[in-house]
Design a binder for this molecule. Sequence first.
Ligand SMILES: *[C@@H]1O[C@H](CO)[C@@H](O)[C@H](O)[C@H]1NC(C)=O
Ligand SMILES: *[C@@H]1O[C@H](CO)[C@@H](O)[C@H](O)[C@H]1NC(C)=O
Ligand SMILES: *[C@@H]1O[C@H](CO)[C@@H](O)[C@H](O)[C@H]1NC(C)=O
Ligand SMILES: *[C@@H]1O[C@H](CO)[C@@H](O)[C@H](O)[C@H]1NC(C)=O
Ligand SMILES: *[C@@H]1O[C@H](CO)[C@@H](O)[C@H](O)[C@H]1NC(C)=O
Length: 411
Amino acid sequence: MLCVVKVARFSRKSIAWIFILASFCVLAHILLFEYMNELVQDVNNIFTVAIHRENSRLHGNIKFILIWESDYYISQEFYEVKNCSFANCFFTKDRNYMGDITEFSAIIFDENILDSTDRPMRRSESQIYVFNSLESSYNKPACDVNNDEFFNWTLTYRLDSDFTWSYFVVRNLTGHIVAPSVTAAWQTNVAPIDQKIKTFLGRKKKAAAWLVSHCQADSFRDEYLTRLQEHLFHFALRIDVYGECSQNVCPNGNCEEMLKEYFFYMAFENSFSIDYVTEKVLHGYDNYAVPVVYGGANYSRFLPPGSYINAREMHPYNLAFAMYKAIKDPNLYETYFKWTNLYTVESDARENHPLCGLCEAIHKEDNRVPAKEKFRLWWNNIDGMKWCLSEEYWNETALVNIDATHIFNLY
Ligand SMILES: *[C@@H]1O[C@H](CO)[C@@H](O)[C@H](O)[C@H]1NC(C)=O
Ligand SMILES: *[C@@H]1O[C@H](CO)[C@@H](O)[C@H](O)[C@H]1NC(C)=O
Ligand SMILES: *[C@@H]1O[C@H](CO)[C@@H](O)[C@H](O)[C@H]1NC(C)=O
Ligand SMILES: *[C@@H]1O[C@H](CO)[C@@H](O)[C@H](O)[C@H]1NC(C)=O
Ligand SMILES: *[C@@H]1O[C@H](CO)[C@@H](O)[C@H](O)[C@H]1NC(C)=O
């Protein structure tokens, strides 16, 4: 737009005109800029959707899914990398993408929604609200009553979620995922372990390592570890602690390489919650360091029997002694690796990511389900509602928490 006005002499009238014209020009520029911006945005959206349609294995219409919080890991890119066989979903973090929020087929909320008042103003009957979390329910309990009758589906690490998102999977030798599963049926065999693994195990030099960033955890793990250290000391062994809670850093910044030298890895969770077993166990399995686990899960649903030690079921003295015996006796230590004859443990399901199942289910005609009535009770668990009580009450009752009693009884 041409806005240069040449004036030789300025009469009062022409100054007024120039002023009006200039204002008009500025306004026009602003409007045009806004309009162009929107146009570019629209074209962009059409373009990405078009590209997506091109890429996706077409099985019908694309369903649009809104990711309510913008700083979480789920995104369209994340979804595309999962290479779902049924990929007709488009994920966006742009609440205005469809013009109207009720136009999205589904909305995914993460655990930050639980104590947030930032919720959609309107909800359509045909929309599916999905609760997604990989955080322990102990650290993020659902207290607000608005969480009941809100979520239609759940997408969490819990095995009783509608879609389970595991931190790792266990496969059998034909590649079938056998765990995590409530019905995990483990096999055992007596075959000797692979010679390469034996040689690898023969090079181990150090007792146990622990990588930790969350320094003061609530599962009393620090107290347990202190006791364990004391008992290990009597066997001339110790746990080397690495990370933000200690002065030690992994050599060359390569913790995985370092862990290969260790007999044991302390895979202690920061809190006890149902099914909450995180990727920490992989630090052990990936490096042939036996994981010593400590958490709220029933581990037989997650890991091959005999491949780990459950500290929660053992007095710290007995654990220290078990570690000592295994370190001293290579034959005994090798038995912890029998599982390698039958299974592999991997960080992510290469196929069938839960987002694939979620997308497919959103397309189903018979997907209607009313929101979970007692969501809080489900997420927090029966004995977890106390996490929502006032801090004062919590302080008083914390010491009668079953976990605390359980652990203090051990000492
Ligand atoms: C994606 O899946 C298809 C089969 O559905 C397979 O042929 C292809 O190799 C996969 N790509 C990646 C990157 O995994
Ligand atoms: C792996 O598990 C699947 C499903 O349970 C089963 O059909 C298959 O025979 C198993 N493979 C091995 C090697 O056990
Ligand atoms: C742990 O899970 C297994 C397999 O589902 C089950 O048989 C066992 O009873 C459970 N143990 C406890 C203590 O709940
Ligand atoms: C989700 O739950 C809400 C509240 O119960 C309900 O109105 C809505 O119809 C449900 N959505 C679907 C697709 O079933
Ligand atoms: C609860 O205990 C913590 C830590 O002991 C303390 O800092 C806090 O003030 C207590 N809160 C109340 C309400 O007593």
